[in-house]
Design a protein around this ligand. Structure first.
Ligand code: IPE
Ligand code: IPE
Ligand code: MG
Length: 244
């Protein structure tokens, strides 16, 4: 179906607040075209642009994309370098457009392994959007769900040790206040491309009750219409949260 037609099927009153996306399949997409993997990642960045645009058009509140996982450090050095550079390049290129759409962009993830100068450079670019009140766009970069929980537990441990809190104070909201995703609602809808049916250490605490939506499409082929397909599907689901 066409984007405009699909748009009419969306129930504006039943929008997911937060959509999270595991953007997978860039490498396979490039391979099919007999190109190198970085060519695939570049094509993937173009799809990200489309998906931000879609989020803006839908007045979506939160959109988080998984761009680099803690485990992606296990890839060849050249690919890692290419991905780090691509993030800078993408932000430099897109920031003006993003800003003009009132989109706020932040990174979500750890700092280990990334040079301070690198992070400073990116955050300087992103900071121009931090007062924007529209779509809250988050890039999970150097992110791992287990690492996220562990660093939260460590921060809580320090607070207990200093006497600021006691173990009895530990509850879901305290843990969530210490996660990288502090202040964000849990994803309602989790999309993964490329036919893989797994979470790959993405937001594992936060997706506890997310609706999952998978597609065989490789990430660079993912379109705004695919995003709407996922939302229409989401709106037809019955979320029970363990109740009746
Ligand atoms: C997703 O595409 C992007 C990242 C993980 C950085 P992949 O690079 O995983 O592509 P495939 O899965 O090898 O096709
Ligand atoms: C998940 O994709 C990470 C990102 C999309 C950034 P991977 O390609 O790294 O996941 P696996 O290895 O197939 O589980
Ligand atoms: Mg992959």
């Amino acid at each position: 179906m066409e984007y405009k037609e699909l748009l009419q099927q969306i129930d504006k009153n039943k929008m997911p607040k937060h959509i999270a996306i595991i953007m997978d399949g860039n490498g396979r997409w490039a391979k099919k075209k007999i190109k190198n993997r970085l060519f695939g990642h570049r094509a993937g960045a173009k799809a990200v642009r489309q998906i931000i645009e879609c989020g803006v058009e839908l007045n979506l509140e939160y959109l988080t994309v998984y761009a680099f996982s803690s485990e992606n450090w296990n890839r060849p050095a050249a690919e890692i370098k290419g991905l780090l550079n691509l993030l800078v390049e993408f932000m430099n290129k897109e920031i003006a457009e993003i800003n003009s759409n009132n989109v706020c962009v932040k990174l979500v993830g750890g700092e280990e392994g990334l040079e301070q100068g690198y992070l400073d450079k990116i955050n300087k670019t992103l900071s121009t959007t931090w007062n924007n009140t529209g779509l809250q766009f988050r890039i999970a970069f150097n992110y791992g769900g287990r690492q996220d929980i562990l660093q939260a537990v460590k921060k809580i441990g320090v607070k207990i040790q200093s006497g600021e809190i006691t173990p009895e104070d530990i509850d879901s909201s305290l843990l969530e206040a210490n996660l990288y995703t502090v202040g964000m609602p849990d994803p309602d809808l989790l999309i993964r491309t490329s036919g893989e049916l797994r979470i790959s250490n993405f937001l594992i605490w936060q997706v506890a009750y997310a609706e999952l939506w998978f597609t065989e499409k490789l990430w660079p082929d993912f379109t705004k219409s695919d995003m709407l397909d996922a939302i229409v599907d989401f709106q037809n689901r019955n979320r029970r949260y363990g109740a009746l």
